[in-house]
Design a protein around this ligand. Structure first.
Ligand SMILES: Nc1ncnc2c1ncn2[C@@H]1O[C@H](COP(=O)(O)OP(=O)(O)OP(=O)(O)O)[C@@H](O)[C@H]1O
Ligand SMILES: [Mg+2]
Length: 219
């Protein structure tokens, strides 16, 4: 479902080049739940941004998602693949503050031109937030906001879910709730999940743990 070979990435600031990824290889099978760990600044988010088609690597032999080689795709083809195949949850929830919880969750379907119908409320019920559906995200607790973000990420049934420190801002009870939901959705729907975390409680959540070191991935 995810297959990358020899991904290199450099950042350039003020003429200074910082080399972050030095030949990352990764293969994640369909339905696999992989946890990615590694020290701060080692390049985890950089890799996730490349896999999530938010950024192009400096060089790579292959970046394939759901059977599609993405290197060389046009911007519009990358955007389409991202909208149809990928879901994202971040440490900062990136919810739209002026829209209701219900409208936030419906957004990925609206962007695809699909009708939301009852699916959104069913999803909100699943994450325990149906009573909050009409509220603005700012009126919810931090843990509730992350559950809204998770509902939004999964409403379109993406084949792949990328989660970058989804519990980084949460207390342990809220983190536990998000983790349980992730596991439930994975069990029921079988998405492929790549989860970045520093949280030791989440390490056991997946099928496999990878560590990033020296710009490469290690088992
Ligand atoms: N947009 C950017 N421009 C320039 N340098 C960047 C940019 N984003 C990240 N970097 C640098 O690349 C390196 C890797 O950053 P990255 O965010 O990928 O690390 P990380 O493993 O996700 O760290 P953390 O665990 O703290 O989130 C860091 O040294 C960082 O300063
Ligand atoms: Mg990061």
């Amino acid at each position: 479902m995810i297959s990358v070979r020899n991904v290199q990435h450099n950042y350039r600031h003020n003429g200074v080049v910082e080399s972050v990824l030095h030949g990352v290889n990764l293969a994640v099978a369909e339905g696999e739940f992989v946890v990615l760990m590694g020290p701060s600044g080692c390049g985890k988010t950089t890799l996730l941004n490349i896999l999530g088609l938010m950024m192009s690597p400096t060089s790579a032999d292959s970046v394939a998602l759901a059977g599609t080689e993405t290197l060389g795709l046009s911007d519009s083809a990358r955007t389409r693949l991202r909208r149809e195949t990928l879901g994202f949850v971040f440490q900062r929830f990136n919810l739209l503050p002026t829209m209701s919880v219900r409208s936030n969750v419906a957004l990925p379907l609206r962007i695809r031109g699909q009708h939301a119908d009852g699916a959104v409320d069913k999803m909100l019920d699943r994450v325990g937030l149906l009573p909050q559906a009409g509220k603005k995200p700012g009126r919810l607790s931090i843990g509730q906001q992350q559950r809204v973000a998770l509902a939004r990420a999964l409403i379109g049934r993406p084949a792949v879910l990328f989660a970058d420190e989804p519990t980084g801002n949460l207390d342990s009870a809220s983190a536990g709730a998000v983790l349980s939901l992730l596991r439930e959705f994975h069990r029921d729907w079988g998405q492929t999940i790549l989860l970045i975390t520093h949280n030791e409680h989440l390490v056991g959540a997946g099928d496999r743990v990878l560590t990033m070191r020296d710009g490469r991935l290690h088992d």
